[in-house]
Write a protein that binds this ligand. Sequence first.
Ligand code: NAD
Ligand code: K
Ligand code: MN
Length: 356
Amino acid sequence: MKTYKIATIPGDGIGKEVVPAGQQVLQALAAQSKTFDFEFEDFAWGGDYYRKHGLMMPEDGLDALRDKDAILFGSAGDPDIPDHITLWGLRLKICQGFDQYANVRPTRILPGIDAPLKRCKPEDLNWVIVRENSEGEYAGVGGRVHQGHPLEAATDVSMMTRMGVERIMRFAFQLAQSRPRKLLTVVTKSNAQRHAMVMWDQIALEVSKEFPDVHWDKELVDAATARMVNEPASLDTIVATNLHADILSDLAAALAGSLGIAPTGNIDPERRYPSMFEPIHGSAFDIMGKGLANPVGTFWSVVMLLEHLGEIEATTRVMNALEKITADPLLQTGDLGGTATTVQVTEAVCEALSSA
Ligand code: NAD
Ligand code: K
Ligand code: MN
């Protein structure tokens, strides 16, 4: 029997509701498995920890995570703490500390979901967005001077390195190659950002030579938003910078029905460190603590976690259970137009797993 060590970090807001739900699904799965089990360790980091200790997580927190097989994360973001402190103090500290440079965001319209685009058939929207997750606009390079004075100035420099761009392009081309359509769109903004993005385009061209069987094209990020709405079927795998992909993937999730559904993996493809899986949404201040959060994004993240562990059969089982649940209008949460609660959806998924 293999025992996987999983760290759970619920964080803040609805993270505290959806991560325990995700853990419940993993437990239901393990209860049925003769080949694997999970050993969970929970880390109560985030806004509450900050109020006590002045930090979102302990200074040496990464050491406590280092030997885990994977991390299940909720959200960093507290109504009473500035967002840049919560984000940089927790989520980015882990992503950057463990060099999880590939952020992978699959999106498709699950059965039963009433997606907002009139002309888009469910089969037209099947994307995976690859977000550069270690540098770019979120490199943390910049500063603010002369605060409060007329000469006040501030910068956030988008820093790209050849190594950083090469490795994310190679990852994206490989991922595109593994999908049936072998189609990659490289999102760029090299008309305006004439240094870093021009290098980005040049490296895309170089790396493409290693993947002659992948069809690829380029799209400026502003035009890419319109293309996602107008010609969803023309896209398959998409690679974009840290900021661009952050924005495009919220749009993608909304076009597929709701922010509450979409999953993501913060992956270290070289497997030097644990990878971290989380729903793409944040703390959802407007619904937190009410039991109304849609846990499907977390469950789909659990599917990605299982895939990362190599438990492919389990991956299929959870995804099938999920699709059964989204197809049932009585099991849809408020964001999907239904009235189901987090607990009801979680119990239904666990039940579908044990009866499968
Ligand atoms: P958000 O994703 O928290 O919420 C946006 C909207 O989507 C809200 O109306 C919310 O109710 C709805 N929503 C999101 N997830 C849902 C779910 N599972 N079920 C039902 N409805 C859902 O984004 P925001 O409001 O921009 O950010 C709130 C806080 O979360 C901020 O502090 C932000 O920095 C943080 N945040 C953290 C992460 C992360 O940790 N990865 C990601 C995004 C935002
Ligand atoms: K999240
Ligand atoms: Mn985001």
